[in-house]
Design a protein around this ligand. Structure first.
Ligand code: SAH
Length: 356
């Protein structure tokens, strides 16, 4: 554990909160904007060149600039995708993925250390949730990835964010909302809500509340089933919220934000991938402003679930198209560097365990 764990974390504070803290240190109000900008540029306190030397020293002694540090990276030789492992101040480890698309760099962020939603196919949830991440730890992942891009000589920074790493964003509601509000601020990372996708397993009350926040991100809903029976087999959360309620919350989100909802559907062999199930799914989604994203399951041997063949994906996709549902197959990035969420972290945890 780092000695810094006791220090004050400045990333994740709003300019106003920073201003209050700096005032306590006897600083004028305009310093808040300066510090806010430096923190989001990933510049350490010593490098904050428009601050007096004494203040830089004071901050370095009492505060942490970024609560996240890159522990290791693995880069795909196929498409340049980078898997990142980050270390947090208390020693916890989370992971992320940096994807290079033609239209820019997309970073997949974690919102919790692990997850407590218990989805049968997901590696992130196998050890439960250790804790939620703070807004500063979410911003910190982006600052780290920007540092990596810079060190690789790339001019472009992270432009798009997907909240699809480990964790359930709506199980960490307040921190995620604060993160999004800071993310779009001028003088900070300045990433607009149109460049953000948030994926949820379908916590209905939070989905409805979020629709009112005026944070019009792209909402991705992890559906993975055409009906409640199948959904309950894969996702414990379906026992709390039936599909009708989840879909009604999606319609509410569409109505409030004017944005279409994306349905994530991981095809699991013998469970949810039959063409009749595609037809049933189409029936449930009829008339909705939505898009279906098919993900061939990354097999999770721990749970005995396997993915599907290309032919099964095609047949499922065609069956949806015949019913006029907009659908794509998710492009797989970085196939050679570990697939599904949570896998890299789990391998790291296993390998760093003391040998019995
Ligand atoms: N908790 C959120 C976000 C994290 S998971 C959610 O449930 O949406 C991001 C996406 O990856 C989700 O759609 C999730 O269901 C999917 N996923 C998890 N494990 C997977 C696997 N083994 N194969 C394919 N997709 C998986």
């Amino acid at each position: 554990m780092s000695e810094n764990v006791e220090k004050r974390q400045l990333l994740g504070m709003t300019p106003q909160e920073l201003g209050e803290y700096l005032r306590e240190l006897g600083q004028p109000a305009f310093r808040a904007k300066q510090v806010f900008a430096w923190l989001h540029q990933g510049v350490p306190f010593e490098g904050m060149s428009n601050l007096p030397k004494t203040l830089r020293q004071m901050l370095a002694d009492a505060c942490v600039d970024n609560p996240v540090a890159v522990l290791s990276t693995v880069q795909s030789k196929i498409d340049g995708t980078v898997k990142l492992l980050y270390r947090l101040l208390d020693g916890h480890v989370v992971e992320g993925v940096l994807m290079r698309y033609k239209y820019g760099n997309t970073l997949c962020l974690s919102t919790q250390v692990g997850c407590r939603m218990g989805c049968a196919f997901c590696a992130s949830t196998l050890d439960g949730c250790a804790r939620s991440l703070t807004p500063g730890e979410m911003l910190g992942q982006i600052v780290c990835a920007n540092g990596l891009l810079e060190s690789q000589g790339e001019g472009q920074r992270v432009g798009n964010i997907v909240l699809m790493g480990s964790g359930e964003p709506f199980d960490n509601y307040d921190n995620v909302v604060k993160f999004l509000r800071i993310l779009r601020m001028e003088g900070g990372l300045c990433i607009g809500m149109r460049s953000v996708s948030l994926s949820t397993c379908g916590l209905v009350p939070q989905m409805r509340r979020f629709a009112e926040e005026d944070l019009p991100v792209t909402l991705s809903l992890s559906l993975h089933a055409p009906n409640d029976e199948v959904r309950r087999r894969l996702m414990p959360v379906a026992k709390a919220y039936p599909m009708d309620e989840v879909l009604a919350a999606c319609r509410y989100y569409i109505e409030k934000t004017g944005r279409r909802v994306i349905f994530e559907y991981a095809l699991v062999h013998g469970v949810n991938a039959a063409p009749e199930q595609a037809a049933e799914l189409a029936g449930r989604l009829r008339g909705m402003q939505c898009h279906v994203n098919l993900i061939p399951l990354n097999s999770v041997p721990e749970r005995g679930l396997t993915g599907v063949s290309e032919r099964e994906v095609d047949a499922f996709k065609r069956a949806l198209e015949q019913k006029n549902i907009s659908v794509t197959r998710r492009r797989e990035m970085g196939d050679d560097i570990e697939g599904a969420c949570g896998q890299l972290r789990r391998r790291y945890m296993r390998e760093s365990e003391p040998q019995a």
